[in-house]
Design a protein around this ligand. Structure first.
Ligand SMILES: [Zn+2]
Length: 317
């Protein structure tokens, strides 16, 4: 990439149009740092950036370092278009609406109207280059977050560890699954391990509950889906992703309580304890026999051994 193009975008980064009505709002530089992070992790591979739970999670991490204000990914995602290098693409049927609206206040509205955004092609290309990406990242940090430099550096390092661990978990499926010990000894730090496992499971299941297939996002873009261990981690110490599934909070709780389980043909089994109880029972009992959502590749499927263990040790017969 020619140096003049890099310099052009360095200048643009320094002069982001920031709302200063209540003190400089860090929305846009935080969004840009979050996108850079996802490009680095290989999670954004093309110039088509959507307001995904991935983006929200990393946006939140940067946000909580630099401010205690309430985060709202919708604001910078929409208003960055005023800076000239960020282009919004409407969902079908919303093209006219996008031309006339002047603000979008929630992520749910953003997702309704906007399909994705893209940078100028030359800027995106720049960000795929490790050297140029680092220049842009440092300019953003030096211009907007000098007081938080160290914390941001730490976050970047930790995110790299989480991402590496998460990729390692996905690659480890080449090993035979064992319910008792992980195939590869795991000396990773607790937080990296927990978040790396979650990231791997969310990538595989796209933030969707395998039982009810809900893909719930809150108004500000947070995902309500959790990474659940089939054989609990405190018993198995096993972060093999085949010992995991993604579940919404209701089904995570029900699974851990043994009110539901999954049989060897990947169908939901519901405990007899759930029969004829209270008004919420239909949420669980109507799921009986339903096939769960499975990963695209069968080597990533939940391990039969783990499911059998859950059926025998946790499920309330
Ligand atoms: Zn669910």
């Amino acid at each position: 990439m020619s140096n003049s193009i890099l310099q052009k975008y360095v200048q643009k980064m320094k002069r982001l149009r920031i709302d200063r009505a209540h003190g400089a709002a860090p929305n846009k530089p935080v969004l840009l740092l979050a996108i850079i992070e996802l490009i680095e992790q290989g999670q954004i591979r093309e110039n088509k950036i959507s307001p995904s739970p991935d983006l929200f999670e990393i946006f939140m991490k940067y946000w909580s370092i630099v401010t205690d204000r309430k985060p709202n990914l919708a604001l910078p995602f929409f208003h960055l278009k005023r800076d000239g290098f960020w282009h919004l693409q409407a969902n079908a049927g919303y093209e006219t609406a996008l031309n006339v609206i002047t603000q979008i206040k929630t992520v749910s509205r953003l997702r309704e109207i906007i399909s994705h955004a893209g940078f100028d092609d030359e800027f995106f290309y720049l960000l795929t280059n490790i050297h140029d990406r680092e220049v842009i990242r440092q300019i953003l940090i030096d211009t907007y977050f000098t007081d938080f430099k160290q914390e941001i550096e730490n976050l970047i390092t930790e995110e790299q560890q989480i991402n590496n661990y998460s990729q390692q978990l996905i690659q480890q499926v080449d090993y035979v699954f064992t319910s008792e010990h992980p195939a590869v000894p795991d000396e990773t730090e607790n937080q990296v391990r927990t978040e790396g496992f979650r990231k791997a499971i969310m990538r595989i299941y796209d933030y969707t509950c395998v039982v009810c297939q809900l893909h719930v996002l809150t108004m500000d873009g947070a995902s309500a889906t959790e990474a659940a261990h089939i054989i609990p981690f405190n018993q198995s110490h096993n972060n093999d992703i085949r010992n995991g599934i993604s579940l919404c909070r209701l089904h995570h709780w029900s699974f851990d309580e043994g009110l539901i389980s999954v049989d060897r043909s990947y169908r939901v089994i519901v405990s007899e304890f759930m029969l004829e109880r209270g008004p919420t029972e239909w949420l669980l009992t109507t799921l009986r026999g339903k096939s769960i959502l499975l990963p695209e590749h069968d080597e990533l499927y939940p391990a039969q051994e783990a499911l059998v263990w859950h059926g025998e040790n946790v499920f309330r017969k």
